[in-house]
Design a protein around this ligand. Structure first.
Ligand SMILES: [Zn+2]
Length: 277
């Protein structure tokens, strides 16, 4: 029987700034009279826009898959548009695959006899609009088209007659700040085989964050939307000793206002020194 032991958690927190307008699609507003074509997702109670953890996580995974050159071997939607992603279907490959180990694979029958399968390491929480940042106050006071958002009109232009077909999409304006974001990276020891790979692969998570800053989150990225920046970063390590109350404070692995300020290459060593076993 597999024996899985949690050796500690790396917790990354900070803020996400929308450097350009941000569109993460919500449910179509087709039933709302006067609803717009492409609304953003909003919190059901506060009606404030937010960033779903799944959007953040999915985008980071797809960027890491591409960075590592992984095969998009799994078809999850057959009808148009076809959606393909990467998921190792061979246990030996899986053991060497940072993307599948960090972000997980679906269990399913196919993997029933794998005995070195670990749970996904990464948890990404939803990120709400900051309740303390100056940017939110300005957004509240601004007379935007809809609460907290702008409606951006675009047009497809006929190449001969220049006739335009207008379309609209809703965006959170540039400058908005979502905070706090939180990502949790678990270090798991399976059957006493250690956590060397878990520690080593932590750097891939920061790489995925950096790739995301140079890509886009949400929709309309190739047309200007979705550039984000991670800010006010703090990376903590909580060991078993911390959860057992033997030490009162988590270990600070790194702090800084941008990803580049973090000394990610040092994190592994700091974790090893503070594992407490
Ligand atoms: Zn894989």
């Amino acid at each position: 029987m597999p024996n899985l032991m949690l050796k500690g958690k790396v917790i990354i927190t900070g803020a996400i700034e929308a450097v350009t307008g941000l569109h993460i699609g919500g449910a179509a507003a087709g039933l709302d009279i006067g609803g717009i074509d492409n609304p953003v997702i909003r919190h059901p109670v506060t009606r404030e826009p937010y960033i779903p953890g799944s959007s953040l996580r999915g985008k980071m995974r797809s960027l890491l898959d591409k960075h590592l050159g992984l095969e998009a071997n799994k078809l999850i939607q057959r009808w148009k548009p076809a959606v393909r992603l990467h998921e190792c279907d061979d246990e030996e490959k899986y053991l060497q695959c940072p993307a599948c180990q960090i972000f997980g694979v679906t269990p399913g029958d196919q993997r029933r006899d794998w005995n070195r399968l670990k749970p996904s390491r990464l948890i990404v929480r939803d990120v709400l609009l900051s309740q303390t940042h100056e940017a939110t106050r300005r957004l509240r006071e601004a007379k935007t088209d809809l609460p907290f958002t702008e409606v951006k009109w675009e047009a497809a232009i006929d190449r001969i007659t220049a006739a335009a077909v207008p379309r609209q999409n809703e965006r959170v304006p540039a400058g908005a700040v979502f905070s706090p974001f939180e990502m949790v990276y678990n270090l798991f020891d399976l059957n006493g085989t250690g956590i060397d790979n878990d520690i080593r692969w932590l750097t891939h998570l920061f790489k995925a964050m950096e790739l995301l800053e140079d890509d886009y989150l949400g929709g309309y990225g190739s047309r200007g939307a979705g550039k984000i920046a991670f800010r006010e970063l703090k990376v903590l390590f909580k060991s078993r000793a911390y959860y057992e109350g033997e030490i009162s404070e988590p270990v600070v692995l790194g702090e800084g206002n941008t990803l580049r300020d973090l000394n990610v290459s040092q994190f592994g060593e700091k974790i090893r020194q503070n594992l407490g076993d």
